[in-house]
Structure formats: C-alpha cells, structure tokens
Design a protein around this ligand. Structure first.
Ligand code: SAM
Length: 279
C-alpha cells in the first residue's frame, strides 16, 4: 500500500503537538492525557492489530519511503489518526533516544478492573505486589505473554505499565496481555471467588518452587523488589515457594524469579499451546 498524500511536516520542537508528545515521558502528563508512547514499526503495528486506538502517529521524514512506514501512514490516515513527519532530531527528542526508530505512536491507555478480568479465560494468573521498576514490569509482561498467563494484576501502588521504559521492555506484550490494578483486599476476595489457589514466590518459602502444584486455576504472587511480600500477605497464601539458591546473593531479580515461576507453572500444564518443539 502507498500513501497518496505525505503526512504534515513539523520541524520545530516547540510545536504544541511535539511538546505534548515529549511530555508523555512524565506520569502526570500520561494521566492527564490518557496517552502513552510506543516506538518502532513492530510495536506500533502490534498495538493497531490488537485494536488499541492510536491518537497520533509520528514518522521520521528520513524513513518515510520505507514500505512498512508507508503502510502504517496509510493505515493511520485512513483511521483519521493525526499523522505527522518530523526530522530525526525531533524524533530523538520525543523518544529520548540518540538513535530513534522510524515511527512512534501515542496510544490511548486502557484501564481494566478485576471485574473486566473475571470473564476472561482461566489458567495461571500472576499478581505483582507494589513493584517499582518499570524495566522489571515490562519484562514480566513479556514473560506473562510468552507463557500464556491468563492475566496480570498490579496490586496497591505499582509503577506505571504505560511508562516508556515499561512499554519498551515489554516488547509489545503490553498490547497482548490483560492486566488490571487492585488493592489487596479486593483482589484477595476476587481470587477466592474465582477459586484460584495462591502461591507466593518468597525467599521464606517452605516448599521448592517445582514441588508446588499449579494445576487447575492457580495464581502466583510476587513481591516488591526491596521488601518482598509483607508477612500478613504471605499468611493469606496457600503455599510459599522458594526457588533454590546458592552463593552470596539473598534473592533473585524479580523479573527473573517471575520467569522461573511462570515457566514451572506452564511446564506442569504440559506447555499447553506452545509453538514449536516442547520435547
Ligand atoms: N529482600 C526481599 C525479600 O526479603 O523478599 C527480596 C525481594 S526479591 C528481589 C523480589 C521478589 O522476587 C520476591 O518478593 C519474590 O517474590 C521473588 N524472589 C526472588 N528470589 C526468590 C527466590 N529465591 N525464591 C522465591 N522467590 C524469589
């Protein structure tokens, strides 16, 4: 597909639309506008293909001739999405990168509650308690996507899944995996209603992570990067699972521990739905 009309060219970083897009690196501005940025042709395409609504598409003028960029421009214009072209230096200012990609888009955020998740499929769920590192959160969303988890629940005050760092680390999984936010009491009532057994990954674990059972409807809960899970929350869990360690470190990185837990749960379900060889 090719475009008949080139997108509007904006060259000044002080243009109000550019300033608005640049401001999306701040949580306050993301909350006010309800928008977030996703960079790169693959990510933008993934967002559009999954039905996420783009507010603005920005292309680097130097890469406008690329077929994939042209396709995105045609699609955005047909959808009445604001579509502009900018010089590389302005692209770099929007994405805060020295070597920016060909496109960046501002998408509308989606906010789900537990009630929105309750109607989705069963399987293995993941809850994250007060996690603070957007790189960890994005990486965890990617792992949740790769292991086909039913959904992710962000408990109490977690970092923003729509920050540039989290979206970047998710590699597009932010568009794929269902996630919702909740306080702990409402979440605990919901998971009991759903018949979900809750296994905490914890350095206080009393059973090895691969000896715990994740069959049927199961939920894994992970703790904060510094403090882990509070004792009263660990007390409400059915099982506390420890991933074995040796050496001097007192714990694993949160995203890596989540990957080990998610893969063990999926392994116990026979890697159902996996692409390619699973042994
Ligand atoms: N000092 C914290 C503590 O006492 O829990 C360590 C937090 S750790 C960096 C973040 C989270 O990763 C933990 O709350 C837990 O969910 C998970 N985690 C890290 N290492 C683990 C291990 N060896 N076994 C089980 N879970 C682990």
């Amino acid at each position: 597909m090719t475009t008949s009309m080139p997108p509007l060219s904006i060259t000044s970083p002080s243009n109000p639309l550019i300033k608005r897009l640049r401001g999306l690196d701040r949580k306050r501005n993301r909350t006010e506008t309800g928008l977030f940025l996703a960079e790169g042709t693959r990510l933008v395409l993934q967002g559009l293909n999954n039905g996420w609504q783009a507010d603005t598409l920005v292309c680097a003028s130097s890469m406008l001739e690329r077929p994939l960029v042209q396709d995105l421009v045609s699609r955005a214009m047909a959808d009445q999405t604001k579509t502009i072209q900018v010089p590389d230096r302005v692209m770099g200012q929007i994405t805060r990168k020295d070597n920016p990609g060909a496109v960046v888009a501002a998408f509308r955020q989606q906010h789900r509650t537990l009630a929105d998740l309750a109607t989705t499929n069963s399987g293995i769920w993941l809850a994250l308690y007060e996690i603070r590192d957007p790189g960890n959160l994005g990486t965890i969303l990617r792992t949740a996507d790769c292991t086909g988890l039913a959904g992710v629940i962000l408990l109490e005050t977690c970092c923003d899944p729509y920050s540039i760092e989290a979206v970047r680390a998710s590699m597009g999984s932010v568009f794929d995996i269902a996630f919702a936010t909740s306080d702990f009491p409402a979440f605990n009532a919901w998971r009991k209603d759903q018949g979900l057994t809750m296994t905490a990954a914890s350095v206080n674990g009393t059973i090895r992570h691969d000896e715990a059972s994740y069959s049927g409807k199961a939920l894994i809960i992970m703790g904060n990067e510094q403090a882990g899970l509070p004792p009263d929350i660990e007390a409400t869990c059915d099982t506390l699972a420890l991933i074995p360690m040796r050496g001097g470190a007192d714990s694993l990185n949160l995203a890596q521990a989540t990957a080990i837990m998610s893969y063990e749960a999926w392994r116990q379900q026979g890697y159902a739905g996996a692409r390619g060889a699973t042994g």
